[in-house]
Write a protein that binds this ligand. Structure first.
Ligand code: T4K
Length: 361
């Protein structure tokens, strides 16, 4: 069996079947059905925030929340992310202005944001990359001072808290991805948590073709609703989330034990004040025995598929014509980072094997 960078968490077959059984009685499969409403309420509780709305995936959630805030002009963001973040900004007709990243957490370098603000700037879209929480206090201070919105791409951060506060409460809004590859999944899916109840109300009709009520169409919306089958998967997976995070933690601890202090291998330090979800395990190769690409190749020869998340930088993507050299820290990390396999039931023996392949002869 190959070992991939991750493996979707799933409930037992019986648990899922039990959860979807009633759909055969009601024949109600989508458009804000009972499962959808139940999951939305449960997530509101879990995220400790009143305004949660579900989406068909994280990307459309991000596109819609950016649109709902009526942003204009320029948006300051990070290039060290999955391309979805940049695409969501560009597809809203906005110009992304790329800020370099912090060399330790790989999140947006808050100290470099102010120099990028222009009269056209309307928002900051930071990313809690790998689940590393951004410097929210500095970002909030800048946003307040300059009258900017803060919309977090929190695709990797579901289940995390910062200084005792769920990350869903940071900024004006946060987007969570519930893709199959995430710590918590609804197969495909996503959600927005936002401060303003009016924004949530707006997104309810934006994701339903712009229809707020029968016989009324107020917005040129698309379709980004979550189905009952996806919501049912979410209800099941939520029951096992704590267990799943505990399993990931054990794997991460073993990686840290094995790789701590190895020459040329740089690990992200654990963040003070953050309760982590152990979403990804990135390793930067900087003068190690092998380069990042050599290590990835050695692993692949053994059927182990680590990934170069996030390479290339989004400001180096062919479709855009931006310039990744303007964010040198991000460029360096992107060219030397490898995210190692991580999922709750990855055996500790396999973790040991992975470590000896990337460190050994
Ligand atoms: N913002 C950020 C920062 C993000 O990272 C993402 C998504 C988004 C926004 C957008 O959210 P969504 O719209 O996706 O909800 C994957 C995911 O498709 C994507 O969700 C994720 N980020 C990105 C980082 O990774 P790929 O192309 O690397 O996935 P793939 O198909 O190669 O899968 C990786 C491994 O996962 C496979 O080798 C095996 C395992 N896997 C995969 C699938 C599809 C499973 O175990 N089960 C599965 O069903 O993009």
């Amino acid at each position: 069996m190959p070992i991939n960078v991750t493996r979707s968490s799933m409930p037992s077959f019986e648990e899922y079947c039990e959860e979807i059984k009633e759909l055969w009685d009601t024949h109600w499969l989508t458009n804000s059905g009972a499962k959808h409403r139940e999951l939305e309420a449960k997530l509101g509780e879990y995220l400790d925030t009143p305004n949660v709305t579900l989406f068909t995936n994280g990307h459309l959630a991000l596109e819609n929340v950016i649109a709902a805030h009526g942003l204009t002009g320029e948006v300051i963001t990070t290039p060290f992310t999955f391309v979805s973040t940049t695409n969501a900004i560009v597809r809203n007709g906005l110009k992304p202005v790329f800020c370099d990243i912090d060399p330790v957490t790989y999140t947006i370098d808050a100290g470099k944001i102010e120099a990028l603000i222009s009269p056209k700037t309307s928002a900051i879209v930071p990313v809690h990359v790998y689940g590393n929480v951004c410097d929210d206090e500095a970002i909030e201070r800048i946003a307040k001072e300059h009258g900017l919105r803060v919309i977090y791409d929190a695709a990797h951060a579901f289940g995390e808290s910062y200084k005792g506060k769920n990350v869903a409460n940071l900024g004006d809004a946060s987007m969570f991805s519930f893709h199959a590859t995430k710590v918590y999944n609804t197969v495909e899916g996503g959600a927005i948590a936002c401060k303003d109840a009016g924004i949530k109300a707006k997104m309810e009709y934006m994701k339903n073709f712009g229809i707020p009520a029968q016989d009324k169409i107020t917005y040129a919306g698309g379709n980004a609703k979550m189905s009952e089958f996806h919501a049912a998967m979410g209800i099941c997976n939520l029951r096992h989330l704590d267990e799943c995070i505990a399993g990931r933690k054990a794997v991460v601890e073993r990686y840290r034990e094995n790789l701590r202090g190895v020459n040329g291998i740089i690990l992200c330090p654990e963040q003070n004040d953050v309760k982590s979800n152990y979403a990804y395990f990135p390793v930067v190769f900087d003068g190690a025995k092998y380069t990042r690409d050599e290590a990835a190749e050695k692993l692949a020869k053994q059927g182990i598929y680590a990934r170069k998340y996030f390479y290339p930088l989004t400001n180096d993507c062919d479709c855009y014509g931006f310039n990744g050299n303007k964010t040198p820290v991000a460029k360096r990390v992107s060219e030397s980072v490898l995210t190692l396999p991580l999922y709750p039931d990855l055996s500790l023996e396999d973790v040991d094997r992975i470590c000896s392949i990337i460190c050994g002869d």
